[in-house]
Structure formats: C-alpha cells, structure tokens
Design a protein around this ligand. Structure first.
Ligand SMILES: CC(C)(COP(=O)(O)OP(=O)(O)OC[C@H]1O[C@@H](n2cnc3c(N)ncnc32)[C@H](O)[C@@H]1OP(=O)(O)O)[C@@H](O)C(=O)NCCC(=O)NCCS
Length: 191
C-alpha cells in the first residue's frame, strides 16, 4: 500500500549546505529558468527536458501534478535550495514503487550548479528519508550506463549495482543499458 498523506515524508529536509523543500507553485519561475539555462546539460538524460519544460506555465502544471501525487502518496518532489540564499539549484524526487516497498530516487542539478556535491548531498539525505518511510525496504537509483555523473552519485553513497536491464533509450544520451543501483535497509533501521 502506498503511504497515506499521514505517513508522507517531511516537507522540509535540512541537508548541510542545502534545504530540500516540497516543490510549490512559487518555485515554477525558478525551475523554468534553471531548466532553460540547463537544456544542453539535461537533454541527454532527461526525456522531459524540452523548450516547453523551460516555460513557467508548464512548470506550474508540473507542480500541480506533483501536489496531486504527494497527496495521493505516490511520489514526493522537492526543490533543492541552497541553505544560505535559498537559490533553487535543482530537484529531487521520491517515487513509490512495488506497492510502496521500494522508492526510486530521481534528481537533476542545474548546469551552473553542477560538480559542487549538491546531487550527492541531496540524494544522501533523501535516501535516509526514504528508508525511514513505513514499509520501504529499499531505494533504487536508475541510471543509464552512459551517465557517468549520476552513476558516480550512486556509487559514492554506497549503493550497489544490482543489475543492468536492456531498454529502449528514452533520451538522446542514453545507451539503452539501464543500471539499477540499490540501497537496502541496514539492520536496525526503522521500517
Ligand atoms: C547527475 C547530476 C545530478 C550530478 O549532479 P552534481 O551536483 O554535479 O553531482 P555531485 O557534484 O554531487 O558529483 C557527484 C560525483 O559525480 C561526479 N561527476 C559530476 N559530474 C560529472 C561528469 N559530468 N562526468 C563524470 N563525473 C561527474 C563528480 O566528480 C562527483 O564525484 P567525485 O566527488 O568522486 O568527484 C547532474 O550532472 C545532472 O543533473 N545531470 C543531468 C540530469 C541527470 O542525469 N540526472 C540523473 C538521472 S539518473
């Protein structure tokens, strides 16, 4: 069973230099601007990274969908903000899979903010949040085999490569070999 809103993750998570905060309508302009400035960086890996995604109106629709999913307990999208200035640097999301036993983590960081450790920090915090959710026993990061940066994040956080699946590429940089990285609940951690 997916978690009810009562068992949803916290809306705000402190992660060192970052704050992860439930995405909200007032983020739409900043998300659109970050996507617009990052299209070449995102397009190889993110099928949604189009010129339309760089428009505020479309981001408002996305936030409304994220709200619906949050309230339904299906998925939880966060804006990644700097703790110091509240600058939006990307997004991270938890998607419930496998009847709520598994969480898939997805993330992107704006081109101008990359290689500062932000994805690692955000994914580390969200891994702990996911594993603390009732019923969740594992967290997965799905990464195309050609996406060295995202694989580096999973590896650095102690995820293990569980398997590689063949699939049709969905974005232009993808090889069609999907790495599934896995973190299980450590013994003694809350279920
Ligand atoms: C993948 C992504 C989120 C990484 O964000 P980031 O904030 O730059 O990552 P970090 O700074 O935490 O770096 C994590 C590791 O990745 C490595 N890395 C970052 N960019 C890299 C690149 N282009 N090539 C190879 N390694 C890279 C870093 O060196 C770092 O490892 P290190 O500390 O051992 O040096 C970002 O590049 C991105 O948004 N890419 C496009 C969208 C995407 O691929 N999302 C994930 C889909 S599965």
């Amino acid at each position: 069973m997916p978690p009810t809103p009562a068992t949803a993750p916290p809306e705000r998570v402190a992660a060192g230099r970052l704050i992860l905060r439930r995405v909200q309508a007032s983020d739409a302009s900043a998300i659109a601007a970050a996507v617009s400035a990052s299209l070449d960086h995102l397009r190889p890996w993110m099928p949604w990274a189009t010129r339309e995604a760089a428009e505020r109106g479309n981001q408002l629709v996305r936030v409304a969908e994220a709200d619906h999913n949050w309230e339904s307990g299906l998925g939880f999208v966060y804006s990644v903000l700097t703790a110091e200035h509240g600058t939006l640097v990307g997004e991270i999301a938890l998607h419930l899979r496998d009847s709520g036993q598994s969480v898939e983590l997805g993330y992107w960081i704006a081109a101008g903010q990359a290689r500062r450790g932000y994805a690692t920090l955000a994914a580390e915090a969200m891994t702990s949040v996911a594993l603390a959710m009732p019923g969740v026993t594992r967290v997965e990061i799905h990464v195309d085999a050609a996406n060295a940066a995202s694989a580096a994040v999973a590896r650095k956080l102690g995820y293990r490569l569980d398997r590689i699946e063949e699939r049709r590429p969905e974005a232009p940089g993808e090889s069609g070999r999907l790495m599934v990285w896995l973190r299980d609940q450590a013994p003694g951690e809350d279920a």
